[in-house]
Design a protein around this ligand. Structure first.
Ligand SMILES: Nc1ncnc2c1ncn2[C@@H]1O[C@H](COP(=O)(O)OP(=O)(O)O)[C@@H](O)[C@H]1O
Ligand SMILES: [Mg+2]
Length: 283
């Protein structure tokens, strides 16, 4: 069986309710039955993304997905499967070429760009693998700068920045330049920046991808705390330990979504197909 075969016989989030295996039923009930769930923060209906090309690339096949306020979701998938495409859509950095995306009840598909930008600044914090800090600005300035377009006076911006840096454990590094900070500290500055505007959604694209495992663990512990305080977190990762910490996983493969973490199954299938599956040593 090829990888494609394996993908085809498994249900997708959008289309699998009818024929999926029994163990997916509860998940579909939650996805499809608003009465059974909390308040929706993210609602995708038939959302798809085709990059124009040439040749056109259907990076995300039309999908339904609902994420409620307070959820902690990991999106897992191999390289090129459409993870960043999905994150860019959810983060209002890109508009889908098909379907409807409601964020906190508001239909973003019909919004003007300025309105989308405003909603993004208000509602969404981003954390990326490579931190994206301004090299010649202190930690405080990096965080405060993110509030410049919100009409908040400078003093207040700096005060918020200091508070958020303290929250992520950097009260002793407020005036440090990024070059003098460790990888974990840089990512903490980025988290403080993401939190500055008081978002309801944190979108993280491989936030631990550039960190050693111990540092990654402490960053994940910080995300856990933020989730405990009510933040909705969506994290893209292909790190199993990171995915395990989320309360819900969604697998993306070839632009198709499927509930659950199936990255490992898929790996086992493809590894077996390639004859490279490592078996335990016989004793
Ligand atoms: N701007 C673009 N134009 C055309 N194709 C793109 C563009 N961005 C991504 N793609 C393609 O869409 C697919 C999904 O990409 P991406 O979302 O970046 O995957 P991932 O983040 O999972 O590695 C890939 O085949 C990629 O080559
Ligand atoms: Mg990517």
């Amino acid at each position: 069986m090829t990888e494609d075969d394996a993908t085809m016989i498994l249900p997708t989030v959008s289309g699998g309710a009818a024929g999926g295996p029994a163990d997916d039923t509860a998940v579909f009930a939650r996805v499809n039955d608003p009465a059974a769930a909390g308040k929706a923060l993210i609602e995708l209906e038939g959302v798809g993304m085709t990059y124009p090309g040439p040749p056109p690339v259907e990076a995300l096949k039309p999908v339904d997905l609902r994420i409620d306020e307070g959820e902690y979701v990991a999106i897992v998938g191999p390289s090129g499967s459409g993870k960043s495409t999905l994150l860019n859509l959810l983060g209002l950095l890109d508009a889908p070429t098909a379907g409807t995306y409601r964020l906190d009840g508001r239909d973003t598909s019909t919004m003007k760009e300025a309105h989308r930008t405003q909603l993004r600044a208000e509602k969404i914090g981003f954390i990326f693998q490579s931190f994206h800090l301004m090299a010649h600005r202190t930690a405080t300035e990096n965080v405060a700068m993110s509030l410049v377009y919100q009409g908040i006076p400078k003093r207040k911006r700096r005060q918020i920045a200091r508070e958020k840096l303290e929250l992520v454990g950097l009260s002793h590094r407020l005036d440090a330049l990024p070059t003098t900070l460790s990888g974990g500290e840089r990512q903490r500055v980025a988290i403080a920046r993401a939190l500055a505007a008081g978002p309801s959604l944190l979108l993280c694209d491989e936030p631990t991808g550039n960190l050693d495992s111990k540092t990654a663990d402490s960053i994940m512990a910080t995300l856990d705390e933020l989730h405990d305080e009510g933040l909705t977190i969506l994290i893209i990762t292909h790190d199993h330990e990171v995915a395990e910490r989320a309360l819900r996983a969604v697998t993306i493969r070839d632009g198709q979504l499927r509930e659950g973490n199936h990255l490992h199954d898929d790996h086992a299938v493809s590894a077996a197909a390639a004859g490279t599956l490592v078996m335990p040593k016989a004793t």
